[in-house]
Write a protein that binds this ligand. Sequence first.
Ligand code: TYM
Length: 329
Amino acid sequence: METVVSGIRSTGNLHLGNYFGAVVNYLKMQHEYNCYFFIADYHSLTTHPTPKNLHENVRQILSEYLACGIDSGSATVFLQSDVPEVTELYLLLNMNAYIGELTRTTSFKEKVRKQPDNVNAGLLTYPVLMAADIIIHKATKVPVGKDQEQNLEMTRRFARRFNTLYGVDYFPEPTAFNFGKQLIKIPGLDGSGKMGKSEGNALYLTDKPEVIRKKVMRAVTDSGPTKENQEMSEPVQNLFTIMEVVSSPDTVRHFRDLYNRCEIRYGDLKKQLAEDIIVFTNPIREKVEEIYNDNEYLRKVVRAGAEKARESAAKTIREVREIIGFKPF
Ligand code: TYM
């Protein structure tokens, strides 16, 4: 059975981009593949959370993940920091990761722009830790959104480099995966770019209905089409992209037709979109609260997950140490 690894950083809450870019794929994969789903809490340290925030964020994201329907009975659900073997592989891979290629990655450049006062080495080597997360379980498929494509390319490169350096065929080269379709980018509500935790343009799964209505009604649009079948501007196209994932095909068609006939009223489009998002997120939000307060359940999930993940990771580390030449006397 093929192995799947996927993760999410424990910063902020899950938004629609996370859900439709990644989580929806995990849900389809969890019963068909050998799945490892984890909360990337080591990765979150690049933003320097306080100890209290770190723990609360992990609990929140874990609760949200489970509320979406990740089944800890069939998949291995764990915290990255419960599997310290990953840090050893990270160290070993770092010896063959080059400063030039790391500084050239888009996500690093973006982070430098966003947090110029905190350009730490963890940010630089972020793709190396991510590669370790994935190849430590010898995964072949990684369900992620479009924004992670380059990180996956780096993962393949580090896996290949290890194999070449030691003349082995040990690590598979994993690919970003979305059921034969293109990787997805869910846009934000501010007219351009992707929905993101730190962009202030996100709709969270735990947003209350009144918050969702407010955010959607404030979303950027344009002054409306002036001729039939006019090409859509980016902000309007973005609202349709979100509608395509949360609304019925009939609803999308209805508003597209209105747009094409220049009869659309963006207020009506937004009202419908907000209500469809609420119908989708309401049951998840209610479940999150229940799970968040069930400490016994959360403890059971992460304990069992850590045990299984460590077993797989420890085997890889044993073999990697031998390949590299660390031998017992
Ligand atoms: P993170 O926490 O930023 O996002 C988690 C997942 O959500 C996807 N995503 C999106 N997809 C479509 N449209 C969007 N607007 C959008 N925003 C986020 C991301 O592509 C991702 O799949 N580096 C990872 C965490 C990670 C990881 C890993 C993932 C660490 N190690 C190993 C997979 C395997 C990250 O920051 O994701």
